[in-house]
Design a protein around this ligand. Structure first.
Ligand code: SF4
Length: 86
C-alpha cells in the first residue's frame, strides 16, 4: 500500500479533494463525516479509503471547513466552495 496521503476520492456523484496546506485541524469535517475524513499524525486532513457516507453529508462536512480546504466536484463542475470549475 502507498504511503501517499489520500487527497482525492470519488464517492457517489462527488469527487472530493482535500488541500492539506489549507487544513488547520479544526476537525469539523471529521466530526460530521468520520467515515470519509480523518486527521493524520501530522494533524492534516486525509480522505479515508473505502469509507462511505451520504453525499449530502459529505457536502455538509466540506461546507463546515473554516478554511475551504475541502473541494467537492460533480463531474467538471465545482460544487463547493463556489468558484472555478475544473
Ligand atoms: S474542517 Fe477543514 S481545517 Fe478542519 S480538519 Fe477538516 S479540512 Fe482541516
Amino acid at each position: 500500500m502507498s504511503d501517499e496521503p489520500k487527497v482525492v476520492r470519488t464517492v457517489g456523484k462527488y469527487t472530493i479533494k482535500v488541500i492539506q496546506s489549507k487544513c488547520i485541524a479544526a476537525a469539523s469535517c471529521v466530526a460530521i463525516s468520520p467515515d470519509i475524513f480523518k486527521l493524520n499524525e501530522a494533524n492534516l486532513v486525509e480522505i479515508i479509503d473505502g469509507g462511505v457516507d451520504d453525499e449530502d453529508n459529505i457536502l455538509l462536512a466540506a461546507q463546515s471547513c473554516p478554511t475551504g480546504a475541502i473541494e467537492v466536484y460533480e463531474g467538471a463542475s465545482r460544487v463547493w466552495p463556489p468558484g472555478e470549475d475544473l
